[in-house]
Design a protein around this ligand. Structure first.
Ligand SMILES: NC(=O)c1ccc[n+]([C@@H]2O[C@H](COP(=O)([O-])OP(=O)(O)OC[C@H]3O[C@@H](n4cnc5c(N)ncnc54)[C@H](OP(=O)(O)O)[C@@H]3O)[C@@H](O)[C@H]2O)c1
Length: 268
């Protein structure tokens, strides 16, 4: 039986991935920062719920050690993250550090904790959830771009050193996923930007139908499963026609023209 370790499984994509891998006969180590939410998996056999706040380096070490003591782990899915929207001037030091600690350092530290064991076993695969926001840019998402572009480049960079030891590193970049992500996002603003932020938010709201746009968490989990099992020497995967279309457009017109188009689309 193969085993996957997943971060941020209390909702959305993480939760859908737990259920999909479980349904495919995998053992799942479902981690979450609030362990009480683990009851959502009480109907599932072979799902072990462990506490993990990915901003806590000591807990990362102890939870990874506990997970490894339960048996070999084949795949680590770095999924936990949250959105940050707003002009940089409106972001506090605490908010700035929390975004980077969670969305960038969290995945890096979890990965670092697993590498020695994977290296000795000469096998293992890391899959990191990035985003369309790790492939293109929009206004007022700069911090989120910093972490998701960071995960994209870091993953590709890591693939060189890990491949030598039989370890894989992949990313999955979803477009819009119909989860609680938007309502969980930290939105900040301050007066000189307020009008532009309102315009941006209204354009986004007009583009996104929360019931039909983008992908479901289950559809994205399928791409994660494909990345986990296809044995391809491929680092980057795109999940969702919306993400593919945005990425293709940037490649087609080039980054400068794409940036001008985004400025007109979102800010007028
Ligand atoms: N939804 C989208 O449109 C979209 C698009 C592209 C990429 N993504 C990416 O997809 C992934 C999953 O997001 P989602 O859509 O499923 O959103 P979600 O439902 O809000 O799930 C995010 C998960 O991350 C967890 N989390 C947040 N901070 C954490 C921390 N410090 N330690 C441990 N867990 C933490 C949350 O736990 P709590 O329940 O404790 O808050 C939750 O389980 C993220 O990497 C996100 O960036 C989402």
């Amino acid at each position: 039986m193969k085993t996957i370790f997943i971060t941020g499984t209390s909702s959305g994509l993480g939760s859908a991935a737990v259920r999909l891998f479980h349904s495919k006969g995998w053992k799942v180590i479902a981690t979450m920062r609030n362990i009480e939410k683990g009851t959502i998996f009480s109907d599932l056999e072979h799902v072990e719920v462990l506490a993990l706040d990915i901003t806590d380096p000591e807990q990362i070490k102890s939870t990874v050690a506990k997970a490894l003591s339960l048996g070999d782990i084949d795949v680590v899915l770095n999924n936990a993250a949250y959105g940050a929207i707003g002009p940089l001037e409106s972001v506090s030091e605490e908010q700035l550090v929390k975004q980077i600690e969670t969305n960038l350092l969290g995945a890096i530290r979890v990965t670092q904790a697993f590498i020695p064991t994977f290296r000795i076993r000469k096998q293992g695969l890391f899959i990191n959830i990035t985003s369309v926001a790790g492939l293109v840019t929009f206004p007022f998402d700069s911090l989120y771009h910093a972490v998701k572009w960071g995960i994209h480049g870091w993953s590709e960079g890591m693939s060189y050193e890990l491949a030598r030891f039989g370890i894989g590193m992949k990313t999955v970049a979803p477009g819009f996923i119909r989860t609680a992500f938007a309502s969980n996002a930290e939105i900040t603003s301050t007066e000189p930007y307020q009008e532009l932020v309102d315009k941006y938010m209204s354009v986004v709201a007009g583009m996104m139908d929360p019931t039909t746009s983008g992908s479901t968490a289950e559809e994205v989990a399928q791409i994660v499963y494909e990345a986990a099992t296809d044995e391809k020497d491929q680092v980057h995967y795109i999940a969702g026609a919306d993400c593919q279309a945005m990425y293709d457009r940037r490649l087609e017109v080039g980054p400068e023209e794409f940036r001008r188009e985004m400025s007109v689309t979102f800010l007028g």
